[in-house]
Design a binder for this molecule. Structure first.
Ligand code: G6P
Length: 472
């Protein structure tokens, strides 16, 4: 198998292993946000993708899928417990999302994180061309850039951080904070969602490593030659907006949206679509909604809330507790405020294909994206992309990265329950002319800066970095 010009390294491969009609396992493209974001970029290059195949102990040879070489990295059950559920999702995830849940610092988890990051770095080193590009994705793999640089000093390395980078006062809690920064600084280009994330990262570099930063660069001293310049800046990720728009124009999907509307038993549909994660603010949203019903500000006839909470990280304790809390709260609200004809909250603990999501977006009068903290939130952008008639209201948390670009949404502080209730009332009553004015501005942003632009901006900076290195 020839080596690739561009190797993407991510925790997960862009495919899921499923059973084919004959009972034989086959691979199917998975619907995740990151996959969606990168599939366009990969199609135009001779690419490979290094990642976990989604099942424990799965050890299969690299294979080709839709023109991309996929390189499965095996993870044992212990790796999954300590590296994935442990350090990635029990330490880094809560710490980087402003300690909404308490991070756990466990040395055995750190050891597994180092061990597994090395495995990913070795796989990438094996599959990249001489002088090629490697683009590492996300918080599960923060040590890969430096490990890879040691193995393959000839390649240009990028790293994109999909989640927030926390303020220094929080990051400083991490017992392995210096190792993580050094790991990231192995990259030539380090990308963040928001300007604020890049600022937080640079502040941590100055405070902990004392390396100088200037504008969008960090100067890293090296022993052997002149200092290295690392680019660190924001590249807000986006969606394939035209693809969503095309789906929204399909007659079967429009019919599905109409049928959802007809079955509601309420005048307005409010929609929440999230992974079941404590960062998403689902509990706060339910509290605000339940109080509005209790106060008589809305009735089940005025509105219904459809809340999709797709199953996520069920092996992590904080997610199990959250599920119990949410389900208790939905049951209480429905018990108190549903009638034989109306349902206050339709709660769905399931994942859905993209077509069904688009039908729901088309059916929804109000989209609720009220995360307590979120790197970007692509659901907000997907909703905006499908609303071609410029109707609909996006209620968006200030703490989601998307708020930087979608300032014309109704912005909300989800911790402020009274404020959220006021915004929800306003969203239900917003005149069509105001909806259109806001939606037009947001749609322009989403269509102007789609995922292809995002990928191109990042790769352009990698090119620049490579050219600079070759000149030196
Ligand atoms: C977030 C992260 C991704 C991750 C996704 C799903 O969007 O930024 O890196 O893949 O959540 O989480 P999971 O743990 O199922 O991969």
């Amino acid at each position: 198998m020839s080596r690739a010009d561009l190797v993407v390294v991510a925790n997960r491969l862009p495919v899921d292993r499923v059973e084919g009609p004959d009972g034989e396992p086959t691979w199917r493209r998975s619907p995740g946000g990151l996959v969606t974001a990168l599939e366009q970029v990969m199609q135009n290059l001779d690419g490979a993708w290094v990642g976990w195949g989604g099942k424990p102990d799965l050890d299969v040879e690299p294979f080709e899928f839709d023109g991309t070489v996929l390189v499965p990295v095996p993870l044992s059950r212990d790796d999954l417990r300590d590296y994935y559920e442990g350090f990635s999702n029990g330490t880094i995830w809560p710490l980087y999302h402003d300690v909404i849940a308490a991070p756990v610092y466990k040395r055995s988890w750190w050891d597994a994180y180092v061990r597994v990051n090395r495995r990913f770095a070795e796989a990438a080193a094996k599959h990249v061309q001489d002088g090629g590009f490697v683009w590492v994705q996300d918080y599960q793999l923060q040590l890969v850039p430096q490990m890879l640089r040691e193995l393959r000093p000839d390649v240009t390395i990028g790293y994109f951080h999909h989640i927030p980078f926390p303020a220094y006062s929080l990051f400083a809690q991490l017992p392995w904070r210096r190792q993580v920064l050094e790991g990231l600084l192995g990259a030539d280009v380090i990308g963040f969602q928001r300007v604020e994330d890049a600022g937080n990262f640079q502040r941590s570099i100055r405070r902990l490593l004392h390396y100088p930063t200037k504008g969008e660069t960090v100067t890293v001293p090296t022993i052997e030659d002149a200092a290295r310049t690392v680019i660190s800046r924001s590249y807000p990720i986006s969606i394939d907006a035209n693809h969503f728009l095309e789906l929204a124009q399909r007659p079967d999907i429009i019919a599905r949206a109409q049928s959802i509307r007809e079955q509601l038993g309420a005048e307005k549909l409010m929609l929440g679509v999230d992974r079941l994660d404590y960062t998403k603010g689902i509990r706060h949203r339910l509290k605000a909604y339940g109080e509005m019903l209790a106060d008589g500000r809305i009735t089940g006839k005025d509105a219904t809330l459809v809340q999709i909470a797709s199953p996520s990280r069920p092996g992590v304790e904080a997610y199990q507790e959250l599920r119990d809390e949410i389900e208790m709260s939905v049951a209480r609200i429905n018990g108190d405020y549903s009638t034989v004809e109306t349902t206050a909250i339709r709660y769905l603990h399931q994942g859905y294909p993209r077509e069904e999501m688009v039908a729901l977006y088309l059916a929804a009068d109000v989209m609720l994206v009220t995360a307590l903290r979120d790197g970007m939130n692509l659901v907000a952008k997907e909703y905006v992309a499908v609303r071609a008639d410029n109707t609909g209201v996006l209620v968006l948390s200030e703490f989601a990265g998307a708020a930087d670009e979608l300032g014309s949404a109704l912005l909300v502080n989800p911790h402020d329950i009274e404020g959220t209730k006021d915004i929800l009332s306003r969203s239900l009553q917003m005149p069509v002319a105001e909806q259109a004015r806001r939606m037009k501005t947001m749609r322009k942003k989403v269509f102007d800066n789609d995922v292809v632009k995002w990928g191109q901006r990042f790769l352009d900076d990698m090119e620049t970095s490579r050219a600079r290195r070759n000149d030196a």
